[in-house]
Ligand binder design. Structure first.
Ligand code: DX5
Ligand code: ZN
Length: 217
């Protein structure tokens, strides 16, 4: 599958979100990090902001829910018009039901794993999933250093996905930049979240082009 880039608005100016969305016309998605002070020690934004963003941009929204009760809230993000809703395996109490609800509401269903969470136990869930997100930092903050130790898991996840027909997208999130993206792509990732590397750059459009080129090499 072609490389996809999903800039994280966590690194954007929250006071100018509509402009920041418009600043990345060559992005495939807009990655929206929802945090609740419970699942992670940080608080960002929630449903009202996603609803407002939905009206402010045509980009599909890639909502990454780092929240304690995704079973309750994930369907609401799909209803709010998210193109993709990703829940954390560590937080979901009924992941199969929740993933099915997300899909039934017309969004792609994503399952995220923290760096220390093994991927193997989730092989049987792949049928319920449109995207597997492997965190390459501990979730909670932008601008952290990429964890190289996750790369073997990306490789194993790619093998798993291939065994099941290769339909599931493999996303990485955290510390993705021009240096690390190539190693992730080589390991089998195909959807790349980048916060600081895009919104921290003086020219976000050029930054996305460079990331895409580095992943394609
Ligand atoms: C971290 C978030 C990431 C974050 C990535 O918990 O899930 O999406 O915005 O930021 P960078 O690319 O700066 O590591
Ligand atoms: Zn994220």
């Amino acid at each position: 599958m072609a490389v996809q880039i999903s800039p994280s608005i966590l690194a954007a100016d929250f006071a100018r979100l509509a402009d920041e969305a418009a600043a990345v016309p060559n992005a495939d998605w807009l990655h929206v990090d929802v945090m609740d002070y419970h699942f992670v020690p940080n608080l960002t934004l929630g449903l009202p902001v996603v609803e407002a963003l939905r009206k402010a941009t045509d980009k599909p929204l890639d909502c990454h829910l780092m929240i304690a009760d995704p079973d309750r809230w994930a369907p609401r993000y799909a209803e709010a018009g998210a193109g993709s809703v990703t829940i954390h395996a560590e937080a979901a109490k009924a992941p199969i039901r929740t993933l099915r609800e997300i899909r039934a509401l017309g969004a792609r269903a994503g399952l995220a794993l923290n760096p220390a969470t093994p991927v193997e136990p989730y092989e049987d869930l792949l049928e319920e999933v449109d995207m597997l997100l492997l965190m390459t930092v501990e979730p909670g903050f932008g601008g952290q250093k990429f964890l190289e130790m996750v790369l073997p898991k990306v490789r194993r996840a790619r093998e798993m996905v291939s065994r099941h027909g290769g339909r599931v997208w493999l996303q990485v999130d955290g510390g993705i930049d021009e240096d690390t993206i190539g190693r992730c792509a080589e390991a089998g990732a195909d959807v790349f979240v980048a916060g600081s590397a895009v919104y921290g750059a003086s020219d976000p459009v050029e930054a996305i082009d460079k990331l895409r080129a580095a992943a394609d090499r």
